[in-house]
Design a protein around this ligand. Structure first.
Ligand SMILES: Nc1ncnc2c1ncn2[C@@H]1O[C@H](COP(=O)(O)OP(=O)(O)O)[C@@H](O)[C@H]1O
Ligand SMILES: [Mg+2]
Length: 399
């Protein structure tokens, strides 16, 4: 394949290792400076310029977008997606993982363990928010920090309040998060490639520091991951739309707690700690997946008028409970189940023999009108204002 590594650091350890791994496997590989692309929307088809000239054809890209150029970098990746070039990390995955709040919001509905986190804006809401996550000591985080900068441990309520007020007064948004004491300055970095963890290490903070980032002087050691840590890491990366990711987890009393999913994980620390060929695994994965560029399924499936994608939940009272998919009548109503979600398990392409249970959720494609009746109305919060009467109260039109 012909691969472009998008990076502004051609000489960094990670870029060099990835380039060499690709060359060793007989691929054509170029490191292209992300900031030298021009996004060309003038022609009939989406196109890209590089250093002022039309870019030649590539089969795949590997984005290594630094934090300081997220906006431009993800725009370049998005353009490659529009051109059907394979990327292991999607533009929205990279953008979402950059913002600690956005990432936490996206993960929060998927049963992934995470430290209790809140986000408030008004001064009056700060103390209740700290109390909600368990009180002081409490961790305060800038939304877009990296390398441990912007992660603060506030020992008591008063200091926490003062820190948050100071940051907010300079227009910085902060997360309030429970301090996971029992992790004792240690955390786990799992390197996910595709559907598996290819390497993992434990990072240990220096001295009485609580942040274990290598940039904060943390040391690293290889670690055998428990299956629940492995599962949490792989699922987090999948949900974020990242096929290459560094997932950071705390070892809490309640099991793994995901803090962060990094879209451009550094390779030096983890390869040194584990002696594993992570770069090679990344290149092999891309080579294996290159025929399957990202498709916005919902968007593509919604272009036929009247058809679309919806999630149908099987409720206790539903007459679907106990019926097999074949007998459910869905097919007859022009509805196809694409996946069946049961708890944390997903059955892709469920066949007609699967028997539906209460609590199942099906991702379906079909006639929207047919599916409308199967989607329960949303639980409504009580209305604060009265509904308008059907008839106008009085006719206000001029005579
Ligand atoms: N809620 C927490 N409880 C305990 N330690 C934490 C918590 N959040 C972060 N840490 C420590 O601080 C480090 C940096 O936090 P993280 O959210 O990963 O920010 P960054 O993006 O700067 O790496 C983590 O690796 C971990 O060691
Ligand atoms: Mg981190």
């Amino acid at each position: 394949m012909k691969l472009a590594i998008l990076s502004r650091a051609p000489r960094s350890y990670s870029t060099q290792r990835l380039r060499t791994a690709a060359q060793d496997r007989g691929h054509q590989v170029k490191v292209l400076n992300t900031l030298r692309f021009g996004i060309d929307l003038s022609g009939d088809e989406p196109d890209l310029q590089f250093r002022g000239k039309r870019l030649s054809t590539y089969d795949a890209i590997l984005p290594r977008i630094g934090n300081s150029i997220t906006y431009f970098g993800t725009a370049v990746v998005r353009q490659f997606e529009q051109m059907d070039v394979y990327t292991p990390n999607t533009s929205w995955g990279i953008a979402n993982s950059r913002d600690k709040l956005r990432a936490t919001q996206i993960l929060s509905r998927h049963n992934i363990g995470m430290p209790p986190t809140t986000f408030v804006r008004d001064r009056a809401d700060v103390i209740p928010a700290i109390e909600r996550v368990g009180g002081a000591p409490v961790v305060i985080k800038l939304l877009e920090g990296t390398q441990g900068i912007g992660v603060i441990l506030a020992p008591e309520m008063k200091t926490a309040e003062a820190i948050i007020e100071t940051l907010q007064s300079t227009k910085q948004n902060v997360l309030i998060q429970r301090f996971v004491k029992e992790s004792k300055g240690r955390d786990i970095r799992a390197l996910v490639v595709g559907d598996r963890v290819v390497a993992a290490m434990r990072r240990v903070a220096k001295g009485d520091e609580f942040r274990s980032n290598v940039h904060r002087g943390g040391s690293v050691e290889p670690v055998e991951l428990d299956p629940d840590f492995e599962r949490a890491a792989v699922r987090s990366a999948q949900i974020m739309g990242l096929r290459v990711a560094g997932v950071d987890m705390l070892e809490s009393d309640e099991g793994p707690q995901v803090m962060e999913v990094n879209s451009s994980p550094g390779l030096e620390g983890i390869e040194t700690a584990t002696k594993l060929d992570v770069a090679g695994a990344i290149i092999d994965h891309i080579d294996n997946q290159v025929a399957f560029p990202e498709i916005d399924v919902r968007q593509r499936l919604t272009v036929s008028t009247g058809y679309g994608v919806a999630e149908i939940a099987v409720h206790e009272a539903s007459d679907l409970v106990g019926k097999s998919l074949g007998d459910s009548g869905l097919r007859e109503r022009d509805i196809t189940a694409l996946t069946l979600h049961r708890g944390t398990m997903v059955i892709p392409n469920p066949n007609s023999h699967h028997v539906l249970e209460a609590g199942d959720r099906m991702l379906c494609f079909g006639k929207l009108e047919e599916m409308r009746s199967m989607i329960p109305s949303r639980r409504r919060r009580t209305r604060k204002v009265k509904r308008l009467p059907k008839e106008p109260i009085h006719d206000a039109r001029p005579e």
